[in-house]
Design a protein around this ligand. Structure first.
Ligand code: CDP
Length: 228
């Protein structure tokens, strides 16, 4: 398989990882959820009670944080591991969702995660989703997507997703979390969420998962044909 990189960025909960996973499955690409990495760091900081102002403790913590992903065939999902512990559910909890965007503003955290993300893509065909993938992590990605969706649609989808997992969030909490993260993510100093000038914009408010997959697959096929 030719090494190609597909970068998917966009606001919180607008279906980036759903699309990224579906593309990876359809085309046999590797998939990396960069948000899961920031969530794993936030979980570690929470558990170790690391203050976000403590640069020394943060530098030490980053040396002790090891993140990897494994596919679980029984659950049919990619799972995030923090220091060899499976944390896929813990990183989606409310306390982590509230802490992750402040953690992701920290320069040392971003530098460490971006290094990991770049290493993960060496000589691979890969799809990666996040906030700064097309603008900063892989500015020369072969295909860049910027996803958006109506905030009400996004909140409704995330609420349903959390309910299905048995997570106890009210609709107001979901709306507030998405609003707060979008605000922090797009106004932070270090590589804020921005649409890359060469990104395809995909508003999926009125698209089904299948429709968005089919639409983007046309672009991916064009890319693969051009690469031969
Ligand atoms: O799934 P959802 O879109 O809600 O979020 P996520 O992809 O799990 O990302 C969680 C948080 O990590 C984001 O709100 C950002 O604060 C941060 N993040 C980031 O700063 N840069 C990335 N490349 C990916 C995520």
């Amino acid at each position: 398989m030719k090494p190609i990189i597909i970068a998917i960025d966009g606001y919180s909960s607008c279906g980036k990882s759903t699309l990224a996973k579906a593309l990876a499955a359809r085309f046999g690409f590797a998939y990396v959820d960069s948000g899961a990495m920031y969530r794993a760091v936030a979980l570690y900081f929470m558990e170790q009670q690391i203050a976000l102002e403590d640069d020394v403790a943060i530098a030490k913590a980053l040396e002790n944080i090891h993140i990897h992903f494994e596919y679980n065939p029984d659950q049919q999902r990619n799972e995030t591991y923090l220091n060899n512990r499976m944390v896929e559910d813990d990183i989606r909890s409310k306390p982590v969702s509230d802490l992750v965007s402040p953690v992701a503003t920290i320069k040392a955290v971003r530098t460490a995660m971006v290094n990991l993300q770049r290493k993960a893509a060496v000589n691979k065909a890969i799809v990666m989703d996040g906030r700064d993938i097309g603008t900063h992590v892989f500015p020369t990605a072969d295909l860049k997507l910027f996803m958006t969706a109506d905030p009400k649609v996004r909140a409704t989808r995330r609420f349903a997703e959390l309910q299905a997992k048995g997570e106890n969030w009210s609709m107001e909490e979901v709306i507030e979390n998405l609003r707060e993260r979008d605000h922090i993510d797009s106004t932070r100093e270090e590589n804020p969420l921005r649409q890359a000038t060469d990104a395809h914009v995909l508003d999926n408010s009125d698209l089904t998962e299948q429709e968005q997959l089919d639409k983007v697959s046309i672009w991916v096929n064009g890319l693969l044909n051009a690469k031969i």
